[in-house]
Design a protein around this ligand. Structure first.
Ligand code: ATP
Ligand code: NA
Length: 932
C-alpha cells in the first residue's frame, strides 16, 4: 500500500485500503457476533438444582440459589452450592476436585464437628459445591454460593496465577507457541483446525503466486506490478473462511437448541451428521417414560388388572379388576396378601405422587392436577398403591414405620431394598423389588415354583410390560446394613407389570433413520421380551426380518458380554436390541461399532454411563432425567429426552456439513478461476514486453469482497436440501474435502478461468486486432481503449459466473432447474429454488446490480477500476454465462447418469436410491452377499 501511496494516485490507494479494511471489519464483526451467540448458548447447559421452596419442589439454575435454600441432591448430581447436610441416606460424594482425595467420602447430617477449623476434607456434615454425589441422596441447606464457596475461593486464588513448569525460556516459548496457534486458528474443533490449515496452505500459495507475478516482470517491480502481485495474493487468501465457519456453526447450534438439543462440545456438531448408528435407551427416550401399572400377580390371590387409565399420575382414574369383578380399597380387608404386596410397592419406593392444589378453577379445560416426582417405574407403583389408599404417604402418616436403611437401585444391580422398623408389629421388615431374573433366583422358594414364576414373567414381558418382582422378609438376627444378607432368602409377595407406551413420534423417527442409512439400536435395562415387544412397536425390529439374523438381532447383555471381541466381529450384524444392558455393555457396543468402522451416537442418563458417552463419537445425555455426571460427559444434551430430537440433530448436522461443503466449494472455484485467469493472463504482453493485466488490482479486490463473505455466509445459511435424510451418511473419515468436491471445483474453476480469458481474447484479438496499447496498467491513454473495454468484460464475466456458482452449488448433483421436484416443478421451479434462501438471493442480486455502477460511473471506472463502459461486449458476457451453466449442468447430469459422487452414495455397498421401503431388505441383502 505504501507503494500505492507513493507512486500512484491517492484515490486508488485509499480505495484499496478501504476495501481491505472493510474486509477485515466484516470478518471481525462476524466473529464477534458468533462469539456472542456461543456464549448465550453456553448458559443453556448451566447446571440446575432441585430446591424446596414454599414446600414445593422446583428446579432452578444453580446460579440462582441463595443462602438458606433447601436443596435436594442425589446420586449423579453435581452439588450446586456448599451445603450443610440436614438429612441423608447412604450419601457419599467425591471431592477430588477440592481436596485431591479420589475416594468417595461418606456424608451425614448427624455428624457434629467439634473443631471449628477442621480441614474441609474432614467435615462430614458438609457437601461442597462442584463435588459429585457418587451414592445415595440427601437434603442440605445452602450456606455459601458462587465465589464464596470453597471451590470458588480456590478458583479466586488460581485466577491469573496458572503456574507453568520449566525455566523462563521454556515458558516464553510455550507462550509464543500458544499465541501463534491462536492467531493461526489452529485451535478448536477438528474441522476448524483442518480449515485453518487449509487457509494457511492457501496463504503459502498466495505468496508463491506473488513471486510468480514478480518473476514474470523479471523482478523489475514497478508500483503496478507490486500491487497486482499483492492483489493476486489477496484473491487466493480465504479471508472470510474461518469467520463464516464460526457463524455457520453458531447458527447451527442455535437451531439445534430450538430443536431441544444443546451442543456442549462443538466437535459433536460436525460429527452428528455423519453417524451411521444410533444406540438409544428405551425408557423415556423411545418411550414416554410414563409408566402405568397394567397387571399384578399376587400369590394366594391371583392376577389383578388395571384398565382405562388416561393420566398415569392420577390414582383416581381407571379401574382395577380381579377377574370380572371391579375391586377397590375395601378389598384389602379380604386379602392379607394384597395388603402386604401393596405395602411392599409403596414403601420400597422413593417416588412421591400428590394432587397439586387446583389454583385456576376458572379455566375451562381440565388440567391434570396430579404431580409426581421420582423415577417412572416407582411413580407407577406408588400410583398403584394409592388406588387402594395404601400410598407411602398414607402409610407413613400412621407413624408406625421407622426407616432403618435403604439399599439403593442402580442399573447394574437392577433391584433395591429397604428396611423398616414397624412399631405396631414390633418387627424389622425388609422389602425388595427388582428385575425378575435378578430377584427370583434369590427367593426362599422351591426350584419348581421359581420356574413357574419365571414363566409368568416371560408371559407378561411378551406383552411389552416391564415386570418387577416384589419380595419381603422379617429380619431376625440379620444386620440390616449388610446388603447381601438382607436381600437373600426373601418371600415372594407379587409381580407387577408396567406399561410404558412408545412416544408417538418414535416410530416415524426410526423410519426416517432407516431411510437415511442410519441404524437404530435399542440398549435397554429391560427384560428381553419387553424390549423385543417395544422394538417391534416402534419399528426397530420388523416382521420381515431375515430368519438367519433373528438370533443376533436380539440379545441379552449376558449373551453379548459372553462373546469375545472376535466373535462379536464375526456376527453378520450387531444386535438391534440388547436387553438387560449395563453401562459396561454399552462400552463394548461402542467398541464393536468402531471396529466395524461405524460412527455412533450413544445415549445415557446414569452416572455409570459416562465411559460409554465419552467413547461414542457423539455422546448424548438426557436433560430431564439424566444425571449431571452423564451430562458432563456428553457432547449433546436433549432437553426433552426425546428420540426424535436425536434424529433432528442428525438432520441438522448433515445440513451443516453440506453447507460447509457448499461454501468451501464456492471459495475454491473462485480461487482456481482467478489463479487460471491472473497467471495465464500474464502472457498478454504489450509492445514493450510488459504484461497487461486482464483485471486491475481493484477489480480483483472488488470481486473478492462481493463474492467471498456474503455469498459464503448465504451458503452457510442454506436450508437442508430435500434429500438430506434420504441418503446415507457422509464419511466422517474423509470429511469435507471429498473427491467430488476436489474434481468439481477443479472442473468449474478451470472452466470459469478459461471463459474469462476467452472473453478477454475475443475483445482484444477478435474485435481490436490484438491491440494491447501501452502502459495500460498505470492509467488511461488513448491506446488503452480496447484493454479497458476488455477488462470491464472480464470483470463482468467473472462476477456473474461467481454469482451463478453460488446458486449452482446449492446441490452437487441436482440441476438448479429441478432442485426440489418434491416441492416445485415446471419452468418456474428455478425461481423458487433461488428465492428460497432469501439471504443468498439478495446477496447475489446485490452483487449483480452493483456491477453496473462499477462499470459505468465515469472517472470512478477509469481511474479506480481501470476499465470503461462497454456495449456489444455484454453479448460476450451472456455467452460466457450460458457456456458456464451448460458445463455445470452437463457435468451434474453426467454424475446423475453414472451415479458418481454424491449421486451414488452407498450404504453397505448398495446404492441407496430415494426412499427405501424397508431397511431390513437391504441389510439382509448385504449379509447374504457377504456370506455367499
Ligand atoms: N426403582 C427400581 N427399583 C427396582 N428395580 C428397578 C427399578 N427401576 C428399574 N428396575 C429394574 O431394573 C431394570 C433396569 O432398569 P434401568 O433403570 O437400568 O433401565 P432404564 O434405564 O429404566 O431403561 P432404559 O435402559 O431402557 O432406559 C428394569 O427393567 C427393572 O426390572
Ligand atoms: Na479471497
Amino acid at each position: 500500500m505504501a507503494a500505492s501511496f507513493g507512486m500512484l494516485d491517492y484515490i486508488e490507494g485509499s480505495v484499496i485500503a478501504a476495501v481491505i479494511c472493510l474486509n477485515i471489519v466484516i470478518g471481525f464483526v462476524q466473529d464477534y457476533r458468533a462469539e456472542k451467540t456461543m456464549q448465550s448458548l453456553h448458559s443453556l447447559s448451566a447446571p440446575v438444582a432441585t430446591v424446596i421452596r414454599d414446600g414445593k419442589v422446583e428446579k432452578v439454575k444453580a446460579e440462582l440459589l441463595v443462602k438458606g435454600d433447601i436443596v435436594k441432591i442425589s446420586v449423579g448430581d453435581v452439588v450446586p452450592a456448599d451445603l450443610r447436610v440436614l438429612e441423608s441416606m447412604n450419601l457419599e460424594t467425591n471431592e477430588a476436585l477440592l481436596t485431591g482425595e479420589s475416594l468417595p467420602i461418606a456424608k451425614s447430617g448427624y455428624v457434629i464437628m467439634k473443631d471449628e477449623l477442621s480441614p474441609i476434607g474432614d467435615r462430614q456434615n458438609m457437601v461442597w459445591s462442584s463435588s459429585t454425589v457418587t451414592k445415595g441422596r440427601g437434603t442440605g441447606i445452602v450456606v455459601a454460593t458462587g465465589m464464596q464457596t470453597q471451590v470458588g475461593t480456590i478458583a479466586e486464588l488460581l485466577r491469573g496465577k496458572t503456574a507453568v513448569q520449566g525455566g523462563p525460556l521454556k515458558r516464553f516459548l510455550l507462550k509464543v507457541q500458544k499465541s501463534a496457534k491462536n492467531i493461526l486458528g489452529l485451535v478448536g474443533t477438528p474441522l476448524q483446525v483442518k480449515l485453518s490449515k487449509f487457509a494457511l496452505l492457501l496463504f503459502g500459495l498466495a505468496i508463491l503466486l506473488a513471486i510468480i507475478v514478480f518473476s514474470s516482470a523479471k523482478w523489475k517491480i514497478t508500483g503496478e506490478t507490486l500491487i497486482y502481485g499483492i492483489c493476486v495474493a489477496v484473491a487466493v487468501i480465504p479471508e472470510s473462511l474461518i469467520a463464516v465457519l464460526t457463524i455457520t456453526m453458531a447458527v447451527g447450534t442455535k437451531t439445534m437448541a430450538k430443536g431441544n438439543v444443546i451442543v456442549r462440545k462443538m466437535q459433536a456438531l460436525e460429527a452428528v451428521g455423519g453417524v451411521t448408528n444410533i444406540c438409544s435407551d428405551k425408557t423415556g427416550t423411545l418411550t414416554q417414560g410414563k409408566m402405568i401399572a397394567r397387571k399384578a400377580f399376587i400369590p394366594g390371590l391371583g392376577e389383578i388388572r388395571i384398565d382405562g387409565v388416561q393420566d398415569p399420575f392420577d390414582p383416581t382414574n381407571g379401574k382395577v379388576f380381579f377377574g370380572d369383578e371391579e375391586i377397590n380399597s375395601d378389598y384389602i380387608s379380604r386379602s392379607r396378601e394384597l395388603a402386604l404386596f401393596l405395602e411392599g410397592v409403596a414403601v420400597c419406593n422413593l417416588a412421591t405422587v400428590h394432587r397439586s392444589d387446583p389454583t385456576n378453577l376458572s379455566s375451562e379445560k381440565v388440567t391434570s392436577q396430579w404431580k409426581a416426582t421420582g423415577e417412572p417405574t416407582e411413580i407407577s407403583l406408588q400410583v398403584l398403591a394409592m388406588r387402594f389408599g395404601y400410598g407411602k404417604e398414607d402409610l407413613m402418616r400412621t407413624g408406625e414405620w421407622d426407616l432403618v436403611t435403604e439399599h439403593p437401585f442402580d442399573s447394574t444391580v437392577k433391584k433395591m431394598s429397604i428396611v423398616h422398623h414397624h412399631r405396631g408389629r414390633d418387627t424389622v421388615e425388609a422389602f425388595m423389588k427388582g428385575a425378575g431374573e435378578v430377584v427370583v433366583p434369590t427367593l426362599n422358594i422351591s426350584e419348581a415354583r421359581k420356574e413357574e414364576i419365571m414363566a409368568m414373567i416371560e408371559r407378561l414381558a411378551g406383552e411389552g410390560l416391564r415386570v418387577l418382582c416384589v419380595a419381603h422378609k422379617h429380619l431376625i438376627n440379620v444386620d440390616p446394613h449388610v446388603r447381601s444378607e438382607v436381600e437373600n432368602g426373601m418371600n415372594f409377595i407379587g409381580l407387577v407389570g408396567l406399561y410404558d407406551p412408545p412416544r408417538v413420534e418414535t416410530k416415524d423417527a426410526v423410519r426416517r433413520c432407516r431411510i437415511a442409512g442410519v441404524e437404530v439400536h435399542m440398549l435397554t435395562g429391560d427384560h428381553i421380551r419387553t424390549a423385543t415387544a417395544i422394538a417391534h412397536e416402534v419399528g426397530i425390529l420388523s416382521p420381515g426380518m431375515p430368519s438367519a439374523l433373528a438370533k443376533t438381532m436380539v440379545m441379552t447383555a449376558g449373551q453379548f458380554d459372553a462373546l469375545s471381541d472376535a466373535e462379536i466381529d464375526a456376527l453378520p450384524v450387531l444386535p438391534k436390541v440388547i436387553a438387560r444392558c449395563s453401562p459396561a455393555t454399552k462400552v463394548r457396543m461402542v467398541e464393536a461399532l468402531h471396529r466395524r468402522k461405524a460412527f455412533c451416537v450413544m445415549t445415557g442418563d446414569g452416572v455409570n454411563d459416562s465411559p460409554a458417552l465419552k467413547r461414542a463419537d457423539v455422546g448424548i445425555a438426557m436433560g430431564l432425567t439424566g444425571s449431571d455426571v452423564a451430562k458432563d460427559a456428553a457432547d449433546l444434551v436433549l432437553t426433552d429426552d426425546n428420540f426424535a430430537s436425536i434424529v433432528r440433530a442428525v438432520e441438522e448436522g448433515r445440513r451443516l456439513f453440506d453447507n460447509i461443503q457448499k461454501f468451501i466449494m464456492h471459495l475454491l472455484i473462485s480461487n482456481i478461476s482467478q489463479v487460471v485467469l491472473l497467471l495465464i493472463g500474464l502472457a498478454f504482453q504489450d509492445k514493450n514486453k510488459v504484461s497487461v493485466f486482464p483485471l486491475s488490482p481493484l477489480e480483483i479486490l472488488w470481486v473478492n469482497m462481493i463474492t467471498s463473505s456474503f455469498l459464503a455466509l448465504g451458503l452457510g445459511l442454506e436450508e437442508a436440501s430435500p434429500d438430506v435424510m434420504t441418503r446415507p451418511p457422509h464419511d466422517l473419515r474423509t470429511g469435507v474435502f471429498t473427491w467430488e468436491v476436489i474434481i468439481d471445483k477443479s472442473l468449474y474453476g478451470v472452466t470459469m478461468g478459461l471463459l474469462c480469458l476467452i472473453s478477454f481474447v475475443i475483445v482484444i484479438f477478435g474485435a481490436n486486432d490484438g491491440n494491447l496499447g501501452h502502459d495500460c496498467n498505470h492509467s488511461f491513454n488513448d491506446s488503452c481503449e480496447p484493454v479497458y473495454r476488455a477488462r470491464a468484460t472480464v470483470f463482468a464475466v467473472l462476477s456473474f459466473l461467481l454469482l451463478l456458482t453460488a446458486w449452482e452449488v446449492k446441490h452437487f448433483t441436482r440441476s438448479l432447474f429441478r432442485l426440489n421436484p418434491e416441492r416445485h416443478t415446471g419452468p418456474l421451479a428455478v425461481f423458487h429454488a433461488i428465492w428460497y434462501n432469501r439471504f443468498l438471493f439478495w446477496a447475489v442480486v446485490a452483487g449483480f446490480v452493483i456491477t453496473f455502477p462499477v462499470i459505468y460511473i465515469p472517472v470512478f471506472n477509469s481511474v479506480v477500476f481501470k476499465h470503461t463502459g462497454i456495449s456489444w461486449e455484454w453479448g460476450v458476457v451472456i455467452g460466457a454465462c450460458v457456456a458456464y451453466l451448460s458445463v455445470v449442468e452437463g457435468w451434474k447430469a453426467i454424475k446423475r447418469w453414472r451415479r458418481w459422487g454424491s449421486a451414488g452414495r452407498k450404504v453397505n455397498g448398495i446404492a441407496v436410491v430415494g426412499d427405501l421401503e424397508e431397511g431390513y431388505e437391504f441389510i439382509g441383502e448385504t449379509v447374504e452377499r457377504k456370506q455367499g
